[in-house]
Design a protein around this ligand. Sequence first.
Ligand SMILES: Nc1ncnc2c1ncn2[C@@H]1O[C@H](COP(=O)(O)OP(=O)(O)O)[C@@H](O)[C@H]1O
Ligand SMILES: O=C(COP(=O)(O)O)[C@H](O)[C@H](O)COP(=O)(O)O
Length: 324
Amino acid sequence: MSATAVPFPGMTQSAAVLDRPIILGIVGDSAAGKSTFAAGVAQILGAERVTVISLDDYHRHDRAERKALGLSALDPRANHMDIMEQHLRLLRQGQPILKPVYDHSDGSLKAPEYVRPGDYVIVEGLHGYTTRAMRDCYDVKVYLEPEEDLRVRWKIDRDTSQRGYDESEVRESLQTRASDSDLYILPQRTFADMVVKFVRPEGRFDETGPHLNVRHTLRPTLPHPDLSPILEGSKDKVSLTLARDIDGKPVDELEISGDLDDKRAKAIEDLLWNLIPEASHLRANLGQYMDDREHRAKMSHPLALSQLMITYHLVKAAMGHYAI
Ligand SMILES: Nc1ncnc2c1ncn2[C@@H]1O[C@H](COP(=O)(O)OP(=O)(O)O)[C@@H](O)[C@H]1O
Ligand SMILES: O=C(COP(=O)(O)O)[C@H](O)[C@H](O)COP(=O)(O)O
């Protein structure tokens, strides 16, 4: 991190505003899509200027110890919450950290890593909004909550293909962890500026990727962009309504249909890029995710548009528009 961060390549040092990294939080349950989302946003901003921190690295115990203790990773007691908070503060100040490392491939703790924050830091994990001090560190807070059946599918496919579990172990673990999820993960939803929910289109239970619908719950804690140009041409596929959130508060809900064809999705992407002309040169391949059954990368327009919405806020924050 330079003394004064330059928000984008090509922007002059004198135009840079903030003297600290911009911090994006992504919180949600296991397999909610946090690391997929983080990787896409990092790609848009330029991987070399973004530091992605996975809070799973702050697990206090390795996999075998957790099992012996009867603790799930969702329980704050199974994590170094104090060090997590301390490191978030340091990253916000542009300071380096000595980050612990948890290896998901075998559930072991490895040697710590020296990490220097880039101009942007994306912090993704289970517990990122647990304490007030943590929450105060972010410029933008996102909560991911895919439809539960979809998350279960994603978790089974990922944990069996990448983490050495079989399907019955994943199902059993989901059951054992359900109460911790309600106790420790879900309550953090209320602190997000934006909740992103991927859902299967009605009657299409097999859809797990490219054609999911997405709903953005937009809270007034951030000034969201004027989306009217987007809505005008695509009323049948995109809608914005005033709704009540699950906590009863009034929110805007943006719904994007997964049936958007390539041409229409591209047009909406263009309109979103037009809202952040400062960053139009950052255009990249958006919306990629790993299909864990077919072991290959695929593309999703709803994911791309969601990542672009978040990029909008990060760009505005980097320009000093959000004074926090
Ligand atoms: N938006 C998405 N669209 C389609 N599939 C997704 C999406 N997000 C995640 N996935 C699938 O779910 C799996 C788990 O996502 P991941 O990002 O690893 O979750 P987390 O980091 O929250 O545990 C990914 O490997 C991918 O197959
Ligand atoms: O809940 C999670 C978080 O990871 P994610 O959000 O990526 O699912 C994992 O179950 C724990 O980190 C333990 O990991 P493992 O079971 O691999 O030891």
